[in-house]
Design a protein around this ligand. Structure first.
Ligand SMILES: *Cc1c(COP(=O)(O)O)cnc(C)c1O
Length: 357
């Protein structure tokens, strides 16, 4: 393998680019991957260098290591942004990104179908800081313009919506928000930069819960905030000031997961559609919420904006007694039950704990 030429990454297919981005074998004695750098203190050669610490690439563990820099660089290129900042979780990426843009008296427009903890952050900590939140209909499109107030500093999108899978018209919302000088933030966890690049559609900041598809193996918590050039400084300052940083092991697992993202997502897409189509024929199922299915109300928007679908979707059951739902879920043999987006497949039922607690 030869070292990729500078500037060559742009013309590569994203699935190819993620194999190269963030890798510098020449800087690692020829080894393909950077090690998991563990460290807090970084030494400076002279007093002069110590005092001019901002000029040294690595100056303290919290601000970054060669391992975090490698993953940040790779995600920046995947998302088509200017700068990526890693965080200890996807949720910390969400809260840090919002706090980068608001102060007391400001207003946030938050999509009503957002990941529930993001709503909790708005309703508790943001509210306590005197930042008001209005929840808007995910299908609002260009109509968002009517909801923007003079003090609206952030318009936040998540598409498709958590659990309910509404597709948003990202370009139309971003255009209206930018016209009023609000920062446009989007949770891109479902698609990742492989299937949708929010920044190319006018979004300022794309957020990934890397815990889900980028790490991909249910073995680490990790988040990423990717900013465009106009917002990079604000996001960088917020992440540094709030103090969030990922662990070395988690960062390494993020880098490792990223290398297989394209093949995993392709399979997720295929398997999820096959299961969704099968479920659509079942009498117990009233509706499938999956934007890649032609019958889905968000299908046209998905097709126009996205280059693929990942593996997560919802179903709505016809009225079913709770006992029947519990009997089905408790009897699952191949799937386990838990929060998050999978990562568990077994060939026999998990043994039930002998007692609770
Ligand atoms: C899981 C998730 C998050 C939070 O990520 P964590 O790494 O669990 O903190 C944020 N947004 C979406 C859409 C998620 O699914």
């Amino acid at each position: 393998m030869t070292k990729p030429k500078k500037g060559a990454a742009k013309s590569r297919h994203p699935a190819t680019a993620i194999l190269h981005n963030g890798r510098d074998p020449a800087g690692q004695h020829g080894f393909v991957n950077p090690p998991a750098y563990r460290g807090s203190t970084v030494l400076f050669p002279t007093l002069e260098a110590l005092e001019a610490y901002e000029q040294q690439t690595f100056r303290y563990g919290r601000h970054g290591t060669p391992t975090t820099a490698a993953l940040e660089d790779a995600i920046t290129q995947l998302e088509g942004g200017a700068r990526t900042l890693l965080t200890a979780s996807g949720y910390q990426a969400v809260t840090t990104a919002i706090l980068a843009f608001v102060k007391t008296g400001d207003h946030v427009l938050m999509v009503d179908s957002v990941y529930q903890p993001t709503r909790k952050f708005c309703d508790t900590i943001l509210a306590r800081l005197g930042v008001a939140t209005t929840y808007y209909d995910p299908l609002v499109g260009a109509g968002i313009a009517d909801l923007i107030q003079d003090n609206t500093r952030v318009v936040f999108l998540e598409s498709p919506g958590s659990l309910t899978f509404e597709m948003q018209d990202v370009g139309a919302i971003a255009k209206a928000a930018r016209a009023r000088d609000a920062a446009v933030l989007m949770d891109n966890t479902w698609a990742t930069g492989l299937y949708f690049r929010p920044i190319e559609h006018g979004v300022d900041v794309s957020i990934n819960a890397c815990t889900k598809y980028i790490v991909g193996h249910a073995d680490a918590m990790l988040g990423a905030i990717t900013a465009n050039a106009r917002t990079a400084k604000a996001v960088e300052e917020a992440r540094a000031t709030l103090g969030g940083c990922p662990g070395s092991e988690e960062t390494y697992l993020g880098l490792r997961g990223l290398r297989t993202l394209a093949v995993r997502l392709e399979r997720h897409q295929r398997s999820a559609l096959e299961v969704a189509r099968w479920l659509a024929g079942r009498p117990e199922v009233a509706r499938i919420l999956h934007p890649a299915l032609p019958a889905d109300p968000g299908h046209a928007l998905w097709k126009a904006q996205y280059t693929g679908a990942s593996g997560l979707f919802s179903i709505v059951l016809t009225p079913t007694p709770r006992k029947a739902v519990a009997a089905m879920l408790d009897g699952l043999e191949l799937f386990g039950m838990g929060y998050s987006w999978g990562g568990w497949a077994i060939s026999r039922p998990i043994s039930k704990p002998a007692s609770s607690g």
